[in-house]
Design a protein around this ligand. Structure first.
Ligand SMILES: [Zn+2]
Length: 286
């Protein structure tokens, strides 16, 4: 569908199309529910033969939608995504799914480092932690769910490979953050989710600990897919992974401490992964 039909413009704010994008060659959207195309200048080819089998969710983390769309579409910024989901639920496609968009940056999941080549990137308009971090409107989440469901069906993306940016880049990223309603997505068959185990008092592993228990904890996160050392020292990178896990799977408390609730939630997730989906891990010699 073309953007800006007269009916649409009566009901909806006009899309802020950046000047530079007007001259870009347009394309047919891959998703039937994408209402608009704003062609981004920022994309390349996927690594040879790599078909996307992951969906990576982001928030834009910018104070306004105009700036976010301009950044994701204008040549020279070196960032892009396949889709942008607006707060009113409109879905804009900016890069064809067959192409490699530039949204993940330095990332790793399940041993794979070229996340841009294996994923479809969705940017959700939200100001993010640095600008007040508002709740995600329901209609926006409904659009994200519908978009993801279509991609999962068309691309055979398994639920456990619908991830947040912070999952694949825990040292650098917080998005889409602990307010993102992963449980709502799961209720509609999007993502991998278990009811988080309740918070309880008791022993917990935290920064500075060195033990076999830490190795076992790190190995469990690595089996799920996180890029984490397995050397038995609870160091900064380990804490960043625990924090990222909590943002996604146990958002009630995000503190980087591997408490019993966090570990029980992780083990429940591992137990419900499809056969052979866990990442093989090699424990480093100590
Ligand atoms: Zn991101």
């Amino acid at each position: 569908m073309a953007s800006g039909s007269s009916d649409d413009s009566k009901r909806q704010r006009a899309l802020p199309v950046p000047k530079a994008a007007v001259d870009m060659k347009t394309f047919i959207p891959d998703s039937s529910i994408a209402s608009d195309v704003i062609a981004s200048a920022n994309f390349g080819d996927r690594a040879s033969g790599r078909e996307p089998d992951m969906i990576l969710l982001h928030y834009t983390g910018m104070p306004d939608v105009e700036g976010a769309i301009a950044k994701l579409c204008t040549a020279g910024t070196d960032v892009s995504a396949h889709y942008i989901v607006l707060e009113d639920g409109r879905i804009v496609q900016t890069v064809p799914e067959a192409k490699r968009a530039w949204h993940a940056g330095v990332s790793v999941w399940a041993g794979e480092e070229d996340i841009n080549s294996c994923s479809i990137g969705i940017e959700i308009i939200n100001r993010g932690h640095d600008w007040g971090y508002p709740d995600y409107p329901l209609r926006q989440i409904a659009a994200v769910i519908a978009l993801c469901r279509g991609i999962m069906l068309r691309r055979k993306v398994p639920g456990h490979r619908v991830l947040g940016h912070s999952d694949v880049a825990p040292a650098r990223k917080k998005d889409p953050g602990e307010k993102f309603p992963w449980h709502s997505l799961a209720n509609s068959g999007v993502g991998h989710w278990v009811q988080p185990a309740p918070l309880v008092r008791g022993e917990a592993l935290k920064l500075g600990a060195i033990s076999d228990q830490v190795t076992a904890m790190q190995t469990a996160f690595a089996r799920y897919g996180y890029g984490i050392p397995t050397h038995g020292k609870f160091d900064g990178p380990t804490m960043e992974v625990v924090t990222a896990f909590q943002r996604h799977f146990r958002p009630e408390r995000v503190d980087g401490i591997a408490d019993q609730s966090t570990m029980a939630t992780l083990h429940a997730l591992l137990a419900t992964l499809p056969p052979d989906a866990a990442t093989p891990t090699v424990v480093a010699a100590t």
